[in-house]
Design a protein around this ligand. Structure first.
Ligand SMILES: [Zn+2]
Length: 307
């Protein structure tokens, strides 16, 4: 092949194929969200707004479209204040959509002496980093599925943000097109199933995990929820969409029996396994790239409770 066409071919591959996300990028995004400057991202604070704006900028640099209105910031009212969810869309070849979500708010600060900031590196800067990482991954690629990326606010105060955005009238048609919603919740540590593995809440309610695992890249595996008695499926933002009969599960790596950082001051960047998180994000991206409305149409069975 003459040199010039080789260069053009290479350029095309770089421009139009999906892009692996670097560990440096994952570290930068997570560390910014979990920095002391963000003061624990509590809903209703200026730092919570700063986190929303930071996420919106990442959506913008990934060339996403607005979900509604003329901004990635989707306002709602919290105790008389205007607060924001963040929402972006990527058009794929089909109207059918995969949704990637994570809550970005956390529990703020404490007046106790010593460390004052609940940084929430695992809860849930890690989940938001996965959402942004997937937007990065598909930046220069037109996937089969359309993709919706949402960072929810106010999860820590009773899933306020996901409730608000799930009820926005002019998004209902979009929601009806969602084939599956992946809500990421605490991905910073290696799961009890080992590295490169997640578990899925409510796995008994749908065949999403089986369909995903059949296509999973590089040994990535979605495992059943090992903490079944804790009813995690009904305790996270996915449930706002379960109510709309959207296939919506939460995905996590956190060990609910032994983790000592849940809502503690030590949920800080030094507990994050960036190698494992980067590997998971890239393997999710590579798997989602292979999914099509034909090979991936998960369904609930009759045991799910929509309320
Ligand atoms: Zn939390």
């Amino acid at each position: 092949m003459p040199k010039i066409s080789m260069i053009i071919a290479l350029l095309c591959v770089t421009l139009f194929s999906a892009q692996e996300v670097s560990k440096q990028r994952v570290t930068d995004v997570l560390s910014t969200l979990a920095s002391d400057e963000m003061k624990g991202r509590e809903i209703g604070t200026p730092e919570n707004d700063s986190a929303a704006i930071y996420i919106a900028k990442r959506f913008e640099e990934n060339n996403l479209d607005y979900c509604t209105g003329n901004s990635f910031l989707v306002p709602f009212d919290y105790k008389g204040k205007t607060v924001y969810n963040v929402c972006g869309i990527k058009k794929g070849k089909s109207e059918k959509t995969l949704a990637f979500t994570a809550h970005f708010d956390h529990i703020g600060t404490t007046d106790q002496p010593g460390d004052k900031v609940f940084n929430g590196a695992d809860d849930n800067a890690s989940g938001v980093t996965a959402v942004i990482g997937l937007a990065d991954f598909f930046k220069t690629n037109k996937p089969e599925f359309s993709m919706m990326f949402i960072a929810f606010n106010g999860e820590e105060k009773g899933m306020k943000g996901s409730k608000a955005i799930s009820n926005i009238e002019n998004l209902q048609t979009q929601y009806q097109n969602i084939s599956a919603l992946f809500n990421f919740e605490m991905l910073a540590t290696v799961s009890k199933f080992g590295p490169n593995a997640l578990y899925m809440t409510g796995d008994e309610f749908s065949d999403l995990d089986e369909l995903f695992n059949a296509k999973a890249e590089n040994g990535l595996k979605i495992n059943p929820d090992p903490y079944i008695g804790q009813q995690l499926f009904y305790r996270s933002d996915n449930v706002s969409f379960v109510k709309k009969k959207v296939i919506a599960h939460s995905f996590s790596t956190v060990d609910m029996n032994s983790a000592s950082h849940y809502h503690q001051l030590n949920d800080d960047v030094d507990i994050v396994d960036f190698d494992n998180l980067t590997q998971i994000i890239n393997n999710l991206g590579k798997t989602f790239q292979k999914l099509t409305p034909k090979n991936f149409a998960p369904k609930y069975n009759e045991t799910v409770n929509y309320n």
